[in-house]
Design a binder for this molecule. Sequence first.
Ligand code: NAD
Ligand code: TDX
Length: 399
Amino acid sequence: MKTYLVTGAAGFIGSNYLKYILSKYKNNEEIKVIIVDSLTYAGNLGTIAEEIKDERVKFEKVDIRDQKEIARIFSENEIDLVVNFAAESHVDRSIENPQIFLETNILGTQNLLENAKKAWTIAKDENGYPVYKNGVKYLQVSTDEVYGSLSKDYDTAIDLIIDDEEVKKVVKNRTNLKTYGKKFFTEITALDPRSPYSASKASADHIVIAYGETYKMPINITRCSNNYGPYHFPEKLIPLMIKNVLEGKKLPVYGKGDNVRDWLYVEDHCKGIDLVLRNADIHEIYNIGGFNEEQNINIVKLIIDILKEEIESNDEYKKVLKTDLQNINYDLITYVQDRLGHDMRYAIDPSKIARDLGWYPETDFETGIRKTVKWYLEHQDWVNEVVSGDYQKYYEEMY
Ligand code: NAD
Ligand code: TDX
């Protein structure tokens, strides 16, 4: 029996992870999941309404910065595994208001580590180091953005050639591996964050490593590329573009639209996280990437194309459209002022997790993005629910 503490499980990746582990361990292992989420603008209880009813799950509306409450949760539950998703996650917001990013992402992380350390210490060794309960582990969900920015070598994507034989074996069935450059972030790339968001995530990584080294605490860090999929908050590129197309609104593309991101289907990411948590050696850091780089402008065009095709072929989807079908075209694209300090390219080398743990991104982008677009067409109630209050104010200011 394992007890998870999952923070930020009412957000995008955390909710997908919660759904994934509840289903993965349904028949073969007893688990208990304590959720800690303070329900910021990005957290929505409706997203996990079904999961909260599950008798294995307990929801705590608590801020990860709250020392007393986090201490209480550790004292009331025999927690074995911590997965920290809770964070302020949107780069544009970090440019407008950095402070909350430092408070949640750095101090919140340290508060979780400190309480895990206390709860898991069962003795001290002869040198004064804490000795921990067997089987406990803290996993920090980090980002490729901590490595900074790469430059592009090509204007159009080229096939990614994998020359590592072991990795080739693992990804043998994947097609469409793409790259815009020769360099990739590996786990030993020096951290070089450039936005307040990524600086706060890099600081958190350093604190996690510091607890691992100083107190020999059992930690792992995963650093993933841009996730996409269901329950993605519509302030991020893909869900925002879907929302705006459906409403006949302009699609704001920053700068020239040539910035490159590596896209990873959220469920593939969740599988990678649980694998690292359960199987990786302690203190190991793993990059989790999609082997799928794309320029923003191409993502936006693809979304327009898929939405048009899907709506044309399904009368149910036509009901969702708040504009005329003929308005769905590339004229919606509008180039706007670039993001300050906009990182040009993120590209992850996930060979280590492939070699060590046999993980690879299973979902082709073509499959994943179509699934995602259809999910949004079928879940407009969810979009309407999360797009209210705080977000509405932010949206009106930004666009
Ligand atoms: P999100 O913004 O969708 O969700 C964040 C969740 O954390 C929300 O439920 C929110 O209510 C909760 N939260 C925020 N501050 C909190 C606090 N102080 N105490 C308790 N709960 C709090 O984020 P996401 O996109 O799901 O990202 C999850 C994690 O993955 C983050 O750590 C992020 O840095 C990292 N990450 C995300 C991506 C991506 O593409 N989305 C890529 C790389 C890394
Ligand atoms: O309206 C937009 N127009 C636009 O051109 C938005 C919202 C974004 N963009 C660009 C900026 C980026 O180059 O699209 C790209 C993706 O932007 P976001 O969706 O904001 O993601 P990004 O800044 O790449 O960060 C994401 O991936 C790494 C997550 O939000 C982070 O939490 C994660 O760490």
